[in-house]
Design a protein around this ligand. Structure first.
Ligand code: SIN
Length: 303
């Protein structure tokens, strides 16, 4: 049987499949469905310091080939997370990753510092790329300087491994990825959602309460693959690829493009068993193709 384990340098995963933030709750919601220890890891919903209600409804709009969300980073905040959620999850034998948010660099640092006091987290995923929270403004991941400053600040606030989640809503993903690397991020996750609009023709109103939202799902897979390919060739730190991964084949394509691991997001809404099924499918593909270690295929696109 193929060895599916991958080593990100700062973190060893038993397989490359990580459930993506915002599609997997706090993990506890999926526990009745399957053994979370099957996963390479999972990322919990974004955490600010305090609780947040998120954006006004409607917050989801389906499209023919994807989903637009405008949740607005609703969450329970770090104190409730560490008190109520972390204890039951801390004994899991899978990588538990906290997605962290902030209104400004100070809050990002406070969240990172607070979480670092607790045992059980394998890494932080720095969310500087949510398209739904800054009214008319840019998220930090849309600028090289803001990316650099935020990563650097969080890097100084916590000794936990740091994965920076980048936005696809940029013209030059390479410069942003390089800024995250230079500031001390140990990996990047790529991509968050694409800024999008859904319209109700009858009312001529936007379908989402927040007007714009972020598009995920199969529609964005080729766009995400391109960005993973471009960024992974220019930076030394590992890339965790995501964007429309619904099958083992999708996940393997991301690895061939240059991703060392993958995150599965929207697929969890369609099929809550998507992650374990993708892991099994990757194992079967590796066995059928004589691949002994799955990490052999990373970045092997023949161009
Ligand atoms: C949201 O909560 O609005 C989505 C989270 C994200 O895109 O980072």
């Amino acid at each position: 049987m193929a060895d599916l384990s991958v080593d990100l340098g700062f973190l060893k995963l038993k397989n490359p499949v990580i459930a993506a933030s915002g599609t997997f709750g706090y993990g506890l919601e999926f526990q009745p469905l399957y053994d979370l220890n099957l996963l390479g890891g999972f990322v919990v919903k974004g955490l600010y310091f305090g609780p947040r209600e998120g954006n006004p409804p409607p917050r989801l709009a389906e499209t023919p080939c994807g989903l637009i969300n405008s949740i607005g980073l609703q969450g329970i905040g770090v104190e409730a997370f560490c008190r109520e959620v972390l204890p039951p999850l801390a004994s899991l034998k899978t990588a538990l990753i906290a997605n962290i948010c902030g209104e400004d660099e100070d809050e990002y640092a406070r969240v990172a510092e607070y979480l670092s006091q607790y045992k059980g987290l394998a890494a932080l995923e720095l969310n500087i790329s949510c398209p739904n929270v800054r009214e008319g403004g840019k998220c930090p991941a849309q600028g090289t300087e803001a990316t650099y400053r935020t990563v650097k600040r969080v890097r100084q606030a916590s000794s936990l491994p740091l994965i920076t989640k980048l936005s696809p809503n940029v013209t030059d993903i390479i410069s942003i990825a390089l800024a995250a690397e230079e500031a001390g991020s140990q990996a990047i996750s790529l991509v968050n959602t694409f800024l999008a609009l859904a319209i109700d023709l009858e009312t001529r109103k936007p379908k989402l309460g927040h007007v714009l939202g972020g598009l995920s799902g199969p529609a964005i897979k080729p766009l995400a693959l391109r960005m993973v390919f471009e960024a992974s060739r220019k930076i030394k730190i590992p890339v965790i690829g995501l964007g429309g991964i619904f099958s083992a084949q999708d996940a393997l394509e991301f690895m061939v493009a240059g991703a060392s691991a993958v995150e599965v997001g929207t697929a969890n809404f369609v099929n809550p068993y998507a992650c374990p099924e993708i892991i099994k499918g990757m194992e079967n593909w590796a066995d059928q193709n004589g691949i002994k270690r799955i990490n052999e295929i990373v970045g092997t696109l023949r161009v």
